[in-house]
Design a protein around this ligand. Structure first.
Ligand SMILES: *Cc1c(COP(=O)(O)O)cnc(C)c1O
Length: 403
């Protein structure tokens, strides 16, 4: 018998469609609860989360220790603004320093804000320290980059959809091919202050540059006194099987940009880490954020970092990432072009659009999101177990091999 009654899922989708801006195209699953690697929809169905909120929940959904910190800190004090000091931010700074070795940190909220902060720091360093003539600083970026959505950041995107309708754009950026150190060398001028790069391009489809690329880029930057700025908002904090992806090449960037998993998904927390020479260019009043470095964010981020290290999630990412990649590389389908990855960050590149596969995987209880049309990204929380990977693999195989 036909009925006009909507399911709970359809009701929520209807409301969202009617009253929200349509700037996303989500899978039609309405989540109301999550724990570890699992999420549950409003009708009680369970799914394995293979996106982990774009790697913001590397520690697993609703990690109990981070949750406890959030609750305890929320009872004490949440926001002071930086007009006054709080007792959590200094401890967060110290924790970042001890973990990464960078002299200083500047806390923000979203990833895009941290990228904007890095751009401002690099430019000001260019004028004050390197001696670039005023307003002439150039920053080199890579084709197919993803660094966020602000006007300045989309000004140096090579993706027409990210830019269309949003001009006029911010000048001062030069786009070169990704993975080509020679192109970097050629693009540098006396006015170049920085090279901004993702060690692995996530949104572009888990694009892994040739081995040695970052090492060579680092040497070229040093030679020309250009800051190497790694955007590790998605690749960092264990995702690739090292704490940061730059560590695979034994280098150290001048500027490190982190976000996403910095809070384990509880709260927007981002930061720029660098030397005293770079972050020292900021004076009181130059830059800031009402919420940046607030006590709730700082407390949550401290626990999120500790959990990541103490519960050996980085090692799990390396070991189980290798295992998962090995299994996925056995997939037999004429539609699979390449399976590649590092740690628990895996891309299955197809000859045909990935969206229908993601819809089919959803029916099997796996949430994956296509990236750039032809790639299925597999990036579960770093707490995933071998048994859960086997469970996921059987479903992925069924969907990929029988389509
Ligand atoms: C997600 C992401 C950003 C932007 O972070 P938001 O928190 O969405 O502003 C920037 N760079 C990279 C590499 C990202 O993955």
């Amino acid at each position: 018998m036909p009925t006009t009654e909507l399911t709970p899922t359809q009701e929520f989708i209807e409301l969202e469609h009617q009253y929200g801006a349509h700037n996303y195209h989500p899978l039609d699953v309405v989540i109301d609860r999550a724990e570890g690697v699992w999420v549950y929809d409003v009708e009680g169905r369970r799914y394995l989360d293979c996106l982990a909120a774009y790697s913001a929940v590397n520690q697993g959904h609703c990690h109990p220790r981070i949750l406890q910190t959030l609750i305890e800190q929320a009872h004490k004090v949440t926001l002071t603004s930086r007009a006054f000091r709080n007792d959590q931010l200094p401890l967060f700074y110290k924790e970042l320093h001890d973990l990464t070795g960078f002299d200083l940190a500047l806390p923000m909220n979203s990833g895009a804000e941290a990228v904007e902060t890095a751009v401002k720091a690099a430019r000001k360093w260019g004028y004050k320290v390197k001696g670039i003539p005023n307003d002439k600083a150039e920053i080199i970026v890579c084709a197919n980059n993803f660094h966020g959505r602000t006007v300045t950041i989309v000004s140096f995107s090579s993706d027409q959809q990210y830019r269309y309708g949003f001009g006029p754009f911010t000048p001062g950026f030069k786009i070169i091919p990704y993975g080509d150190a020679g192109a970097l060398r050629e693009a540098i001028t006396p006015n170049t202050c920085a090279f901004l790069v993702e060690p692995i391009q996530g949104e572009a489809g888990i694009i892994i540059p040739p081995a040695g690329y970052l090492k060579e880029a680092s040497a070229i930057c040093r030679e020309h006194r250009v800051l190497l700025m790694c955007d590790e908002i998605q690749s960092g904090l264990g995702r690739t099987g090292e704490l940061f992806a730059y560590m695979h090449e034994g280098i150290r960037p001048d500027v490190l940009i982190v976000g996403k998993a910095l809070s384990g998904g509880f709260y927007p927390v981002s930061a720029v880490l660098a030397s005293k020479e770079v972050l020292g260019v900021f004076n009181p009043g130059d830059h800031g954020s009402t919420f940046g470095g607030n006590p709730l964010a700082s407390a949550v981020a401290r626990t999120a970092l500790r959990v990541l290290i103490e519960e050996e999630m980085v090692r799990n990412s390396a070991v189980l990432g290798r295992y998962f990649l090995g299994r996925l590389q056995t997939l037999r389908s004429a539609d699979v072009k390449e399976v590649r990855g590092k740690g628990l960050w895996i891309g299955i590149e197809l000859h045909s659009p990935a969206r229908p596969y993601c819809e089919a995987l959803k029916k099997e209880g796996l949430l994956c999101k296509e990236t750039h049309d032809h790639v299925i990204r597999i990036a579960p929380p770093l707490t995933i177990t071998r048994e859960e990977i086997d469970w996921a693999f059987e479903r992925i195989r069924k969907v990929i091999e029988t389509r």
